[in-house]
Design a binder for this molecule. Structure first.
Ligand code: HEC
Ligand code: HEC
Length: 226
């Protein structure tokens, strides 16, 4: 004989069981999704680490730069906006360099941001190595510009300590031969895509107005700055 009470209990128990089954299914689904997200995060962490060590093969173990056959610039402490803009510049042929085109064109936007943030936080000492006798003259150019040639003070844009801001790069501790090459070759290497005018135009008059001696002096000063 089944009392209504008993039947009620049984129905309630059944409902509870169905309910728990649903809960566990939801739980299992949540667990699977979480595990998958974890996997993806781990994979992208691995991907970031792999790319970072690839960059450092050329740019040096702390991204301090490398005196190669072509000077390889320091990336450590660089402004993230500048780094992102330059990687995009290689991709869009605004900036011509075959090595960096090949490196940059396969990077996704999120990987570019992650790489840039990583380099921003590095702070190794400068490699130095530039001729010392020009440093004082270079400091004057950096702080006061070259008034007779209408060259503005570099510090006005690059900041008093040459650490840059936004799309204006840090120059402190940058490799001497790289700085010289960029300033001498500006018009041949930067702003090369006429359909995409860019920030390189801001530097053009400065680079064109400096003599080789002035370029070497300011580059020597900057290469020792911390
Ligand atoms: C095979 C060597 C090599 C590898 C690998 C490499 N680079 Fe470069 N990179 C260079 C060279 C050489 C230059 C200088 C290009 C020039 O003279 O215009 C450069 C320049 C750059 C610049 C411009 C810096 C500036 O101050 O304007 C950025 C940004 C950059 N690399 C980022 C990266 C990142 C990020 C990676 C890794 C994903 C990477 N590079 C991997 C050789 C390399
Ligand atoms: C009016 C602002 C302004 C002034 C003044 C200025 N710069 Fe720049 N500079 C820039 C900008 C903007 C960039 C980034 C250009 C680009 O995106 O290609 C730059 C880029 C550079 C670079 C390239 C760095 C790299 O990593 O490749 C060098 C070198 C440089 N400036 C040196 C100087 C020196 C030396 C002076 C002073 C004699 C100077 N600049 C004055 C705005 C300025």
């Amino acid at each position: 004989m089944s009392s209504p009470g008993w039947a009620g209990d049984k129905r309630a128990a059944l409902r509870r069981r169905r309910c728990w089954t649903t809960v566990s299914l939801v739980c299992a689904a949540v667990l699977v999704t979480t595990a998958r997200a974890e996997d993806e995060r781990a994979a992208s962490r691995g991907n970031l680490q792999a790319k970072l060590s690839y960059c450092k093969d050329c740019h040096g173990p702390s991204a301090q730069g490398y005196f190669g056959y072509f000077p390889i610039p320091r990336l450590a402490g660089q402004q993230t906006e500048y780094l992102e803009n330059q990687l995009q510049a290689f991709i869009e042929h605004r900036r011509t360099n075959n090595v960096m085109f090949n490196v940059a064109h396969s990077l996704s936007p999120s990987l570019i941001s992650a790489l840039a943030a990583n380099f921003r936080d590095l702070n190794p000492p400068p490699l130095g190595g530039a001729p010392r006798q020009n440093v004082a003259a270079g400091k004057r150019i950096f702080e006061d510009g070259v008034p007779e040639a209408n060259v503005a003070a570099c510090a006005a844009c690059h900041g008093p300590n040459a650490t840059g801001v936004g799309e204006i790069p840090r120059l402190a501790g940058q490799l001497y031969p790289y700085l010289v090459k960029e300033l001498i070759n500006w018009g041949k290497e930067r702003g090369q895509n006429p359909t995409k005018p860019d920030t390189s135009a801001i530097m053009s008059p400065v680079a064109h107005s400096l003599t080789r001696t002035q370029v070497e002096a300011v580059a020597a000063y900057l290469s020792y700055l911390r």
